[in-house]
Design a binder for this molecule. Structure first.
Ligand code: NAI
Length: 332
């Protein structure tokens, strides 16, 4: 048996996490769960969003599956997600975005990977009031983190048989910060002559993505651009309910999570789509070299989507979380 930490999270988190656990078990994957609590509700109970015991559990197990964690907007405690990423040094966020045959969405044939630098940029949390009415928010870009994410992106491209890496930037305006990011990417690219390398300004990237997403393969970018573009990409194939992701750290630790939030508008109503967190669980199984179970889960999800009969409301259907979970298990 392999052990993985499970953080069910806030809002719809427990509903979709329980569904993923059922599906992983039905796929025959030898996983036992070390269940830990983190997030907004934990903050109310214990005064911190990520207790040390959660970090210890993830370090011990090497992998975690995580539901969404609530973060208050504009004020209040800082993001538990950012805390987790920082404390575990989860520097690379990887989001595969692939069309589902049979799913009504704007495009067919999308098959791209967004790789987002997860540790710095405007997410360093360095903000201060200079004088009343003037705020400074610091964007930190370092050579070491840029080289590290560049290497990760090119290694990923080689390992997964990908052909091209696109570096997304705004170096025409942030000549120093994004200029350094690009310079590092170019250095890494020169060591991978077999992979095509291109650079694209972030605004143009957004336009190209909504016009012709099939032109992209692996994309690599700083934290803020990655945050925005990865959700844009989820929208290309049918929404946040269909996209899994991984946060990968330098010491072999990885946290797999659905990309959507805690969806307070539908929480507790058995309406949430469990596919995103289940796809993240499948990514975790691949990471643990449980490829057969991972493939079975992916095929079962494809089958349910293609059949189009048991879909949750975000996918245009009226099935409950339980019904779509049962349908995926039946397809297994
Ligand atoms: P959200 O993703 O929770 O919701 C946006 C819309 O998508 C809502 O209408 C919601 O009902 C729908 N939706 C999201 N996931 C769904 C699913 N699995 N099935 C069906 N419908 C789904 O984004 P929002 O409202 O901006 O954020 C709510 C909270 O979640 C905030 O506190 C935010 O900080 C947090 N959040 C956490 C994330 C994480 O833990 N990785 C990611 C994004 C937001």
């Amino acid at each position: 048996m392999l052990t993985a930490t499970l953080i069910k999270g806030d809002g719809i988190g427990p509903e979709v996490a329980d569904a993923a656990v059922r599906i992983v078990e039905a796929a025959g994957a030898p996983i036992q769960w070390d269940i830990r609590e983190a997030g907004g509700e934990v903050m109310t109970k214990y005064g911190e969003t990520v207790p040390d015991s959660v970090i210890h559990s993830i370090v011990r197990n090497g992998v975690a599956l995580k539901g969404p964690l609530t973060t208050p907007i504009g004020s209040g405690f800082s993001s538990a997600n950012v805390t987790l990423r920082r404390r575990l040094n989860l520097y690379a966020n990887v989001r595969p975005v692939k069309s589902f045959p049979g799913m009504k969405s704007r495009f067919e044939g999308v098959d791209l990977i967004v790789i987002r630098e997860n540790s710095e940029d405007l997410y360093s949390g360095l903000e201060h009031i200079v004088v009343p009415g003037v705020v400074e928010s610091l964007k930190i870009i370092t050579e070491s983190a840029s080289l590290r994410i560049g290497r990760y992106a090119f290694d990923y491209a080689v390992r997964h048989g990908r052909k091209k890496v696109t570096a997304v930037h705004k170096a025409n305006i942030m000549k120093l910060a994004d200029g350094l990011f690009l310079e590092c990417l170019r250095r890494v690219a020169s060591q991978f002559p077999q992979i095509e390398y291109e650079e694209l300004i972030v605004d143009n990237t957004c336009m190209q993505l909504v016009m012709n997403p099939s032109r992209f393969d692996v994309m690599v970018m700083e934290n803020l651009y990655g945050d925005i573009i990865s959700d844009l990409c989820a929208g290309l194939i049918g929404g946040l309910g269909l996209t899994g992701s991984a946060n990968v750290g330098s010491e072999g630790v990885a946290v797999f999570e659905a990309v959507h939030g805690s969806a307070p508008d539908i929480a507790g109503r058995n309406l949430a789509n469990p596919i995103a967190i289940t796809l993240s669980a499948a990514m975790m199984l691949s990471h643990l070299e449980q490829e057969e179970a991972a493939q079975r889960i992916q095929s079962a999800i494809l089958q349910v989507i293609k059949a189009g009969k048991t879909l949750t409301c975000d996918l245009g259907g009226n099935a409950t979380t339980t019904e779509i979970t049962d349908a995926i298990i039946a397809a297994l």
